[in-house]
Design a binder for this molecule. Structure first.
Ligand code: 13P
Length: 288
């Protein structure tokens, strides 16, 4: 079924698990990502950048995700990742995305609140969920980079005020993660997460999931992380496998032969991650 971010994170809260939010870069890898969730018995969040949404087409993206969710009987939310342009956010909402992120983390605090609030008003009137961001996540994503020295961790007291004043459905927090970190792993600030979790009552979101150590997942899940973003790991492995297969193939052979192994590599990663996201203590994991 086609779901909102609010609905799937509510399920995660009830089951003490987190929902994987996986970035897709094309339509090729998409069906296998959703099938991975089906095989694991978990909801999934599919997310795109604005550029990917424009490349595929907002309407096409919505139609394809809805169709697969309905035929495969999987709970899927479709989310616009890191949007800073209100017109693009409107385009996604009007086309039928069930969730959007307004990323005002680069703005002064008050301006971030005001702009996020405006997005929430527009989105909620159409039944769409909103993720906001406070603090800055390091690394580079879709051309936006944040240098190590410019990283600002989320302050718990700011998080309380931000959530109360914006009415967001989920909050992305900066606790040491970096976008696009796939050659090394980061030190996540768990004590800070605990402090934020104690005072904030909306689902919390981890960005830069590729660079997070898998052994840290249980602590993150037990402290309120209900949406866990993974992008780079899928992108790197899809490209690696596609390169290998394209390199070995005659030019007149169907593209299928090269693209299917890359899609399946992505599927295996999504399944592996979801297995870890369904905390060992969650009822969904115990059914497996
Ligand atoms: P990675 O690409 O580092 O996994 O991060 C994904 C993400 O946070 C998308 O916003």
């Amino acid at each position: 079924m086609y779901k909102t971010l609010k609905e799937v994170t509510q399920t995660a809260e009830e089951l003490n698990m987190t929902i994987g939010a996986f970035n897709t870069h094309n339509l090729e890898m998409l069906p296998e990502m959703i099938r991975a969730a089906k095989e694991m018995g978990s909801p999934i969040i599919i997310q795109t950048s604005i550029d990917t949404a424009k490349y595929i087409g907002y309407d096409v993206m919505v139609a394809v995700v809805k169709e697969i969710a309905n035929t495969e009987l999987v709970d899927v939310a479709l989310h616009l990742d890191h949007a800073r342009d209100f017109n693009e956010i409107k385009a996604a909402i009007d086309a039928g995305y069930s969730s959007v992120m307004y990323d005002g983390s680069h703005l002064p605090f008050k301006e971030n609140i005001a702009k996020t609030k405006a997005v929430v008003e527009y989105a909620h009137a159409k039944g769409v969920s909103v993720e906001g961001e406070l603090g800055t996540i390091g690394g580079t994503e879709e051309g936006i980079s944040v240098a190590e020295n410019d990283k600002v961790y989320t302050k718990p007291e700011d998080a309380v005020a931000f959530v109360a004043q914006t009415n967001i459905d989920a909050l992305a927090i900066a606790i040491g993660t970096n976008h696009g970190q796939f050659k090394s792993k980061t030190e996540v600030n768990i004590p800070l997460l605990k402090e934020i979790h104690q005072v904030v009552d909306v689902p919390l979101v981890i960005h830069g999931g590729t660079g997070v150590k898998e052994e840290d997942y249980p602590e993150l899940i037990n402290n309120g992380i209900r949406k866990f973003n993974v992008g780079t790991e899928l992108l790197v492995n899809w490209t690696k496998v596609a390169k290998e297969s394209f390199g070995e193939t005659e030019v007149n052979k169907s593209l299928r032969h090269n693209v299917i192994p890359a899609n399946l590599a992505v599927k295996e990663i999504v399944k592996h991650k979801i297995g870890l996201f369904m905390n060992v203590n969650s009822p969904l994991a115990m059914q497996k």
